[in-house]
Design a protein around this ligand. Structure first.
Ligand code: HPA
Length: 281
């Protein structure tokens, strides 16, 4: 039963990839996922835009600030696919739906994925608005996109995820940050289901187990990318101090979006610098 459903899912992802491939007319090797409030991170003029509702079987997001489209075109001599928005487990999507797009990107031939998100800062050395390079993650979702019959076409049953946040790309990102005078901290991201923000007690517990950032996305996508052999660079925008770090502060999605909007250009400069340093193949 499970294996039949998995086969059907893979066929749906293939149909989605076929449609996107026909429309974009290029063969991008790099994709960028723009998280909450970060859809305009890079200027995109000439190129092809496909809204998610045009793509067969594509899960459609329900969250304000997640506009849901792909843009395909050239940036800094690279053929690039930009995913504006993502779907989350807290919207009620299954974890397979959450990683539908990454699997589609894998079938499209993407080899490098730059993934961005908004996150709460657990590490009190971080300042609201700072960009943070994700060095590793803690999966606190209680779920994994690789459960069930393995998609052998995409990757192995038991993939190694010890360098899921590519050390090569992190080194590159740090070089760009240094040369462009962008503050880029580093930290471990813990993924929670949400949509409620965390309690102060949860944040204290997460700090104890080694987390510097908390968010409600990214980890399923990174696991699916690692499975498919895609090299990942993860960058968070620390949009707020996590619950209880500042006992007076209250968390709101409005603040999260406002801070990401404020930092969008800087993140764009960082990503552009990284693209400029990546060899064109
Ligand atoms: N917690 C979880 N997800 C988030 C936060 C947070 O504090 N800020 C932005 N996304």
């Amino acid at each position: 039963m499970d294996s039949i459903r998995r086969e059907e899912l893979l066929q749906k992802i293939e149909q989605a990839a076929d449609m996107v491939q026909r429309r974009i007319c290029i063969e991008p090797k790099i994709a960028i996922v723009c998280g909450s409030g970060l859809s305009q991170v890079l200027p995109t003029e000439d190129g092809v835009t496909i809204t998610w509702d045009e793509i067969p079987h594509f899960p459609l997001s329900t969250v304000a600030g997640h506009c849901g489209e792909f843009w395909a075109g050239e940036i800094s001599n690279h053929q690039v696919l930009i995913q504006r928005g993502r779907v989350h487990c807290y919207e009620g999507f299954t974890i397979d739906e959450v990683v539908f797009s990454v699997r589609m990107l894998a079938l499209l031939g993407i080899k490098t994925l730059i993934i961005t998100n908004a996150a709460g800062a657990i590490n009190s050395d971080f300042v609201v608005g700072e960009l943070v390079l994700i060095t590793d993650h803690i999966n606190f979702l209680g779920d994994n996109p690789l459960k069930g019959k393995n998609f052998d076409r995409l990757g192995p049953r038991f993939p190694d995820v010890s360098d899921a946040y590519s050390s090569r790309l992190r080194t590159l990102a740090k070089e760009v940050a240094l040369s462009t005078k962008i503050t880029l901290k580093e930290g471990v991201y813990i993924a929670v289901l949400g949509p409620s923000y965390e309690t102060p007690a949860e944040i204290r517990a997460f700090r104890t187990i080694g987390a510097d950032l908390v968010g409600m996305s990214t980890v399923p996508e990174v696991i699916a990318a690692a499975h498919a052999g895609i090299e990942v660079l993860g960058i968070s925008c620390a949009t707020n101090m996590a619950a209880g770090i500042d006992p007076q502060a209250r968390l709101s999605h409005k603040e999260v979006i406002e801070v990401t909007k404020r930092k969008e250009k800087e993140l764009g400069r960082l990503i552009l610098g990284i693209l400029q340093r990546l060899p064109v193949d």
